[in-house]
Design a binder for this molecule. Sequence first.
Ligand SMILES: Cc1cc2nc3c(=O)[nH]c(=O)nc-3n(C[C@H](O)[C@H](O)[C@H](O)COP(=O)(O)OP(=O)(O)OC[C@H]3O[C@@H](n4cnc5c(N)ncnc54)[C@H](O)[C@@H]3O)c2cc1C
Length: 500
Amino acid sequence: MSEIATTDELLTGDAYLESLRDSRRVYLHGELVDDVTTHPAFRNSARSVAMLYDALHDSKTRDVLTAVDDQGIRTHRFFMPSHDTAELLAAREAIATWSRLNYGFMGRTPDYKAAFMAGLSARPDFYAPFDDNARSWYRRYASRGLFLNHVLINPPIDRNRPVHEVEDVYLHVVRERDGGIVVSGAKMLATGSALTHATFVAQNSAANLEPGKAEDFALVFIAMMDNPGVTLMSRQSYEQRAISPFDHPLSSRFDENDAVMIFDEAFIPWEDVLVYRDVKKATAFYPQSGFVNRYTLQSGVRMAIKLDLMIGLFEMAVRANGTDQFRGVQAAIGEAINWRTAIWGLTTAMCHDTEPFGENHVIPKLPYAATLRMTMTHVWNQLHESLETHLGGSPLVVPSSVHDLRDPDLRPLIDRFYRGSSGSAEERIKVFKLLWDAFGSEFGARHELYERNYSGNQDQIRLDGRNWALRRGELDERMDFARECMADYDTDGWVRGPWQ
Ligand SMILES: Cc1cc2nc3c(=O)[nH]c(=O)nc-3n(C[C@H](O)[C@H](O)[C@H](O)COP(=O)(O)OP(=O)(O)OC[C@H]3O[C@@H](n4cnc5c(N)ncnc54)[C@H](O)[C@@H]3O)c2cc1C
């Protein structure tokens, strides 16, 4: 057998930044952003992503992060489908290695959407008659390590009406044209989209598409970010508002701007379409594409890294306050540590207890994905409450900004009255500024909203657990088990077993 030639075309950090300099339409404060790589709202976040691309080529991390897939493409380990547990564990390590570069505070790094895109290679037939599009998109994506955002959710308007009745707002196909389709409508919320190459458009598991009526809305496709029919309406930038690295060490470099994405007569070539006017497939994509099984692995690893930072800061903060010997405070930190272990343990289960995917690949079992998806929403809220409870008002016992520390008249006062029980004033303030940016600033509040909602509303996260168990026969098994119990007795007493 002849050896497969390998490609090694993964973007470097510089090439990634250069690739963002195109005609994308990103709006902020009434301004069309000229260059997202230099604009103060996006510059540092773009550099944080570029750092991930550089790590793919760094001799210290290249082998941890990348490998060669079945087609001879060198790519990130999570960008390719996994054959077995060993490959899933290696992919987990690659996800963790990237995540540590932003301390777990960037949720939508390029490996997030890799959860879906790798499935295009393992199971292209699902997308028939567009299966060739799936194959070629995988190659294009994996070989360069492209960065995709995704938009699954219709805007929060007329949610009480059937999808097909909200044509003025919800994204749908307007007409076919030579070479492709024309689409119009809006989607929320395209996290990180200003810094991506393309957007993946579909419906999530909550969308209720009626067969025979909602075909125009039953679409799955990819749109390039420089598509002239696509406009990004950014939310306010926390990076732009950051005072200094000392004051806003996270928001000043890891702000993934969430945008409303508007398609106005956007042309999508057939090559970029995966599902077209097919209600069954558009609805099935979410649980059957491998996406849910895999994105939860990426999110779980990322959450564990984020908790590593938070646990370290929590302990440093209570030591600075002199409250670290109090039993309740210690218990709170123990609880945070245990949650971190539970999350990591679920990712371990996901790598070891797998289900087949496509012809010769595996993905984590869906019930673990459903459980991790739900657990993560609890953990962050729980931690937030615990921080507020056990740090009291101490996060606000910090000067307004680094400028106060630099002032020679104020500095002696700060050094005396802001000292920690376990370190200098500067050390104490540094801990609390970082903590506050993580959970109390507007960036921190956005993170809380994100962790609670990004993978679906609170009901959907739970409903899917039941729906999927129903579909997989697991709920029937549980009912059979309950029937077994009831078969032990009847109205006359025990009918079997040692109690007769
Ligand atoms: C920071 C952030 C980043 C995000 N990034 C992305 C992204 O990159 N891509 C993307 O596609 N989405 C993104 N989202 C959107 C996210 O997926 C949604 O917010 C999430 O799915 C919840 O949906 P929703 O906001 O429409 O809330 P809703 O679904 O409207 O839920 C609000 C409330 O209404 C209830 N409810 C909703 N429908 C029903 C019903 N039929 N019957 C009874 N009760 C109901 C829910 O249970 C909940 O209590 C992001 C969200 C946030 C906050």
